[in-house]
Structures are given as C-alpha cells and as structure tokens.
Design a protein around this ligand. Structure first.
Ligand code: SF4
Length: 503
C-alpha cells in the first residue's frame, strides 16, 4: 500500500517472507495437511456439528463478555476525582485499560497493586499498603474506587480491613475515601462488576437521608455511548428540569486535546450523590447492569423509581412519559417534533429493513433495546445471543417477541458464546449480524455483513460519541442499520448491471 510501506500491516502479511514464515511455523508445529484442515473446517459448518457444539458443557469459547473489574472501573471513573484501583494482577488492569483506550481512543487512568505469586501465598495486604501510598503520592485522588481480580478473591483478601490498616499506619490520609467492591470474575461479567461498584458508591456516599428537592436522578448503567449522556442532559434541559446523572464518565473519556492532560475530569459530584436520596425520583435506563443498585435504591431511598430501556421509538416514548409524570411537566414540543422526524426517517428506510433477518448479540440491555428497535423497523430478529444473560432477560425478551408474534421465528440463546454463534450462522444463516468488534470473526467466517453496535468497538472510530437513545439516537441507529444494508447491496451488485444511484 502506497504511503505506508514498511509500517502498516494492511498488506504486510501477504508478503512472500510472511507466507514462508507461516508455512515454516505450520511445518514446525507438525500441523495437518491442507486437505484434512479443510475437511474438518467444513464439518464444523454442519448441523450435526452444531448439535454437538450446543451440547458442550465443559468449555467456553470466546464468550461475549468481559471481567467484573472492567465494569467496576467504568462505574468508578464516572465520579469526580476518583481513581479506579484494582487489587490484583497488573495484567488484568492492563487488559481493562487497553479495552477502554481502544474503544474510546482516550487514556484510561486506573492503577493496580500488581499482586504476584508471593501475595497469593502470604496475602495481598502489603500490595494494598504500598499501592495506596503510591497512588495517593503520584495522583492525589480524592476518592479511590477499589475492586478485586480473581487472585485476590480466591485467596479471600479482606480489602476493607486492609484499607483501614493503611489509613491507620499513615499510607494514605484518613480523609481519602476508598470505596471497596468485591468483583470476582469467575462469576458474572463486566455488568455485574459495574453494578457492584455502583452499589458500593451509593452505600458509601448516598445513604444518608438528605433534604427533599426537585431534581431527578438518572442512572445510565454500563453505557459506553457517551453521546447518550449528553442527550439525557439536553432532554432534561428541554423539560426545564435538573437531573443528576449518577456515574457520568462522558467528560473523562472525551477530553479536548488542548495540551493539558488532566488525570481527573468531570464526573458526578459527590455532593450531588449525597443529595440523590432526597430527589423526586430515580430513573434507571438499564436493568441488568444495575439490578442490585436498583433494588437498593428502591428499598432505601423511599422515592419513585422507574426502570426504562430507552432505545427505539417505544423506549424513548416511555422515558418521556416517565419524566413528564415524575415532574408534572408537559413533553416539550421540540421533542414531539423530533419524534416525528424519527418516524419520517423510519418511513424513508422501512422497505430496506423490512423482512431482513438479523442475529443480535451484546449485553442484555442493549440487546433488548436493539431487538425491539429492529422489530419496530419491520426487521426479523432470528437469533438473539447474549452470553451474560440471566433467566429474567430470557423471560422478558421472549415476552417482547410474543408481543410482535415472533416467538416461533426467533430464538434466544442465553449464556452462549461466539463458537455457538458461528454454528448458528452457518446452519441457520441471517442477512445481518449486529455486534461488537469481536463478532467480526464470525461475520468474516460466515460471510455475513456486520453492523457494529455495542462494546467494545475497536475497529471503527467515533461511534461511541453518538447517542443511541432518544429520537436522535434512533436516527443514528437507523443510519447504521440501513446504511449497513445499502453498503451490502452495493457490494453484492458491484459486478452486475444493477447500478443504482438512488436507493
Ligand atoms: S478473569 Fe480474573 S484473572 Fe483473568 S483477566 Fe479477568 S479478573 Fe484478571
């Protein structure tokens, strides 16, 4: 490729030297001959193999989920002057940071206390003492959001008492708040970790009774579309109502390049979190990434709570009605006009999406919202595969399919992984796959066009900046879906006389 010869890898692996290298590697590993590899590969595309694959119990292959502490990091970074801290191995923290940095194209400030073999044998207390001391000395956070990796959980480190000891012996000042959350990755996923950390922040700062006020609390959950945070603020300002977003990473992960790097930027103010129990109500925009937190707020804060998935037309209608009911304010005319524009956009594109078969993957909340939006567009969800789904999700999404009379044509696959997805896509193919960057492997393998929605997305830039909620978010989603379809049509017709300027 001209312009980047010698440095880019777009064509590099096609060079003769690499072909020889790959071949030598294969010979060294005593690999099977091409014929054998091809025949096994073909077998893995069959129905017979799919049945075996779905009976698999002892191994998980490429699950579509991440570790608990990754979610805990994301919850913690949404609060002002907070440093996410992993009590555990350095490699775990490096993986979480790189995931976020590749997705947001931003630095993700978080630390670990680098537990190694000695800590696994003698306990990780010294790591916490030294880790807290270094973190405070170097970065001066006001709050540390501490979570745990598997190693710390397996040996049963009591992180709260280690933190108390660290304060008593002067490793960090007494007034530095350290919020601790246990996040063992051998259960749950990143959304469980998000919930665990958010819950601990609320218990630590937000459980004191506070005077009543007119604001509304909004919890977006494990939402990596930063445009959604801006959209929520805009919508509340159109209503003329103040809201407090509980955990807001949108400034931290979208900082301007002005020559000054700030370790901490934006985030929910702790004084606002302390006042949150006195708010008029709380609206939760995800269910499965906040189940423990929702329950706690319902039980402890004694205020009206609503849980609404705001993706798509109905989702956002529901949210506006909830805001209107909670505040007693009319839905603003501007938002009514925006609704009309989304309906118009859907009408313009409906005939391209109608009847198209989709496989939907992702975290439960986004998978639910996307499935409903595809149904609103006249599309046909066929497979819904959610690795980190629970029974409640399966029940609720099946109910949604029944509402649209699609219970026979669409099947839900909770707790399944990408190797299951691959089998499904070979045996019961669809027109389009919706998923994150990792699902590109299956999309390429099965020659299915991929529409990238979800987390993480490493191989496309800036999608996270857009909202996917609100009527404007609906237009963005529609844009990605329908233009994905049109791109596919263009690809399929490029060697044919079918050359259309207008579609
Ligand atoms: S599974 Fe556990 S040990 Fe592995 S990266 Fe995740 S937190 Fe670390």
């Amino acid at each position: 490729m001209k312009g980047c010869e010698g440095i880019c890898n777009i064509t590099m692996f096609n060079e003769e030297s690499y072909k020889i290298l790959f071949n030598n590697k294969k010979n060294y590993e005593d690999g099977h001959d091409d014929e054998k590899v091809k025949s096994v590969l073909e077998y893995t595309k069959t129905k017979e193999y799919m049945e075996k694959n779905f009976n698999r119990e002892a191994v998980v292959i490429n699950p579509l989920k991440a570790c608990q502490p990754l979610g805990a990091f994301y919850a913690a970074i949404g609060f002002e002057n907070t440093l996410p801290y992993l009590h555990g191995s350095q490699g775990c923290a490096a993986y979480f940071r790189s995931h976020f940095s590749r997705h947001f194209k931003e630095p993700f400030p978080a630390v670990s206390d680098s537990m190694t073999e000695d800590a696994a044998v003698f306990g990780g207390h010294n790591n916490i003492y030294e880790g807290l001391k270094n973190s405070y000395t170097l970065y001066k956070p006001e709050i540390i959001g501490m979570c745990t990796s598997c190693m710390a959980e397996v040996i049963g480190d009591d992180i709260s008492s280690f933190v108390n000891n660290a304060k008593k012996q002067g490793d960090i000042p007494e007034d530095v708040d350290v919020v601790t959350a246990h996040t063992p990755s051998f259960v749950g996923s990143h959304i469980t970790g998000y919930d665990n950390m958010l819950y601990e922040f609320i218990r630590y700062f937000g459980d004191e009774l506070s005077p009543k006020h007119e604001k509304i609390n909004v919890f977006l959950g494990f939402d990596t579309y930063l445009g959604n945070f801006t959209e929520i603020k805009r919508i509340f300002s159109l209503f003329g109502v103040e809201c407090t977003i509980i955990s807001d990473p949108s400034e931290m992960l979208n900082s301007p390049a002005d020559g000054n790097y700030k370790m901490f930027r934006g985030g929910t103010k702790i004084e606002d979190l302390k006042k949150a129990p006195g708010a008029k109500g709380s609206i939760f925009l995800q269910t499965y990434s906040m189940s423990k937190t929702i329950q706690h707020v319902k039980n402890q804060w004694g205020q009206v709570t609503r849980v609404i998935n705001p993706i798509g037309l109905k989702g956002f209608d529901d949210l506006l009605v909830a805001i209107s009911e909670l505040t007693g304010k009319e839905i603003p005319e501007e938002l009514k006009a925006e609704r009309g524009k989304l309906v118009d956009a859907i009408t313009d594109s409906y005939y391209h999406v109608y009847g198209k078969r989709f496989a939907v993957t992702g975290d439960p909340d986004i998978a639910y919202g996307l499935t409903r939006f595809i149904l609103e567009l006249g599309g046909e969800p066929v497979h819904i595969l959610v690795t980190n789904a629970n029974k409640k999700f399966t029940k609720e999404i099946n109910k949604l399919l029944e509402e649209f009379s699609k219970e026979d044509s669409c099947k839900v696959y909770p707790e399944k992984d990408m190797w299951h997805l691959r089998s499904l896509m070979f045996v019961e193919p669809v027109d389009y796959l919706i998923g994150n960057t990792f699902t590109k492997l299956v999309a390429r393998d099965t020659d299915t066009p991929l529409i990238r929605i979800g987390f993480p997305i490493f191989d496309r830039h800036h999608l996270h900046r857009y909202p996917v909620i609100g009527y404007q978010g609906g237009i963005n989603l529609l844009n990605w879906i329908v233009n994905g379809i049109l791109e596919d049509i263009d690809n399929k017709t490029k060697d044919s006389p079918n050359f259309d300027i207008v579609r």
